[in-house]
Design a binder for this molecule. Structure first.
Ligand code: GLY
Ligand code: MN
Ligand code: MN
Length: 460
């Protein structure tokens, strides 16, 4: 049975041409302090093509369909300290590669593998120093030209090929992403319930208490680590877009915004929920919350095969902008009609980010946001806020198997003319969607979004 990794390597071999060679390193280990490294995370491209998570590894794919892995050699002493290594002898059977060598042989083997190829493909601007290493290997091939060797004449960016492949998630990937989302959804439910329970018990609740609930649930279900630094933002902290889970008190009567998702087997999930710390929305909180939810509903309805990537954002902005006028966040006498608010981007004062991004192995996953078949159709527009001229290209057309987040929000910082009841309220609602033939599948709804349902699950 061929694995998804072998199938992907075969597609790369086809894409680089019969005489091409592709080089895919994994990530480096990074020191955190003195003898301690950051928790190791493989390179996503490398893992996508190998399923291999050890550090110090390098994959080579040639246009004839052969793949060669360089990996850490077996070493009893190192394995006592750092754990079991697969080793080159076992790698072909375990990973389906055609050959494997110790990583220490990379410099000796690569010039031989590159000889008589026409193009060298590797991910540009990802691995510091790789360009120079490729240069060194090419130099070694060139030294053999007078003995009849042919030296590659082209260096090509492999990112484009791999990004297009990764943009459409196959069944194996979708299955993992569904499971990652389910774990993350349970973690959000757990944090919500804990917040209300602790406040009911009169305890001093801190953001880190809720972060601890998230981490517990992630690990309990086998997630290796959070997909990104969890945001647990109490009260006004929710208006800081990249806030982290810190030590601020979670107060009765305020909202909590949690943006957190686990990584499972190399795939990210990315969920945001905003809930009342004590389990009951106040009137102004509920008014803003229902507006954000209505804007998310509009974005979900716009997420379907054949639509543009920007359609959900435009649907969101329309609903949010109308709501800002209706609730008095924006003054009609100053900003004009709904159309004016959208054209002049007046809504930007309260909604300053996009409504989504690709999601996959990377939380902000790779993949062009421009439709490749229309890349030459360039138009220009002047941005009303910055005055800059912006070059537009047609937005990507959504296809089944693409996965994206849908994450509208509203962030109300205190300012003159803004109703005080809304000051310091920050709300975001974020779900992960797989594009299907007929619409999209929301894979993160294991945690509810409706205000009434959130209140119900936080009750008693
Ligand atoms: N958690 C990062 C994001 O929502 O994009
Ligand atoms: Mn996101
Ligand atoms: Mn997020």
């Amino acid at each position: 049975m061929t694995t998804p990794y072998a199938q992907r390597r075969a597609r790369v071999a086809q894409a680089i041409g019969a005489n091409g060679i592709a080089l895919i390193p994994t990530a480096l280990e990074r020191p955190r302090n003195r003898d301690t490294d950051f928790i190791y995370r493989h390179d996503s491209y490398f893992y996508y093509l190998s399923g291999f998570t050890e550090p110090n590894a390098f994959l080579v794919i040639t246009g004839d369909g052969r793949s060669t892995l360089f990996c850490q050699p077996k070493d009893l002493e190192r394995e006592i300290w750092d754990g079991i290594r697969l080793g080159p002898d076992a790698a072909p059977a375990a990973l389906g590669v055609d050959a494997a060598h110790a990583i220490g042989e990379l410099d000796a083997q690569l010039p031989k593998l590159m000889e008589n190829r026409d193009a060298v493909w590797f991910p540009f601007a990802i691995h510091a120093g790789l360009e120079a290493r490729v240069g060194g290997w090419l130099e070694r091939v060139r030294a053999r030209v007078r003995f009849g060797a042919l030296c590659p004449e082209q260096q090509r960016d492999l990112c484009g090929v791999l990004d297009e492949m990764r943009l459409i998630k196959d069944a194996h990937e979708q299955d993992i992403m569904r499971r990652a989302s389910q774990i993350s959804a349970r973690a959000h439910v757990r944090a919500m319930q804990r917040s209300a329970a602790m406040l009911r018990a009169g305890q001093d609740v801190r953001e880190y208490h809720l972060d601890a609930e998230l981490l517990h649930e992630f690990r309990l279900h086998g997630s290796q680590y959070p997909a990104y630094g969890s945001i647990v933002a109490a009260g006004a902290n929710a208006c800081v877009l990249h806030y982290r889970a810190d030590a601020a008190p979670v107060r009765d009567g305020e909202l909590v915004l949690i943006d957190a998702g686990c990584e499972l087997d190399g795939y990210a999930s990315d969920i945001t929920r905003t809930f009342p710390a004590n389990g009951r929305f106040t009137g102004p909180q509920r008014a803003l919350y229902d507006l954000v939810l209505a804007s998310q509903d509009a974005a979900v309805a716009a997420t379907k095969s054949g639509a543009r990537f920007t359609d959900p954002h435009e649907a969101t902005v329309k609903v949010l902008a109308q709501g800002m006028l209706d609730l008095g966040l924006l003054d009609k006498n100053k900003v004009g009609t709904l159309q004016d608010v959208i054209e002049q981007r007046a809504y930007f004062a309260f909604y300053m980010h996009r409504t989504g991004h690709w999601l996959g192995m990377d939380v902000h996953d790779c993949g062009s946001y421009v439709e490749p078949s229309e890349v030459g159709q360039v138009s220009e527009r002047r941005d009303p806020l910055s005055g800059e001229t912006i070059t537009n290209r047609p937005s990507r057309i959504l296809r089944p198997g693409m996965v994206l987040t849908i994450e509208p929000g509203l962030y109300v910082r205190p300012a003159a003319g803004v109703p005080e009841a809304f000051h310091n309220i920050g709300i975001r609602i974020e779900d992960d969607a797989i594009v299907t033939d007929t619409g999209c599948e929301l894979i993160t709804r294991g945690v509810p979004v409706a205000a009434d349902e959130i209140e119900a699950l936080m009750r008693g």
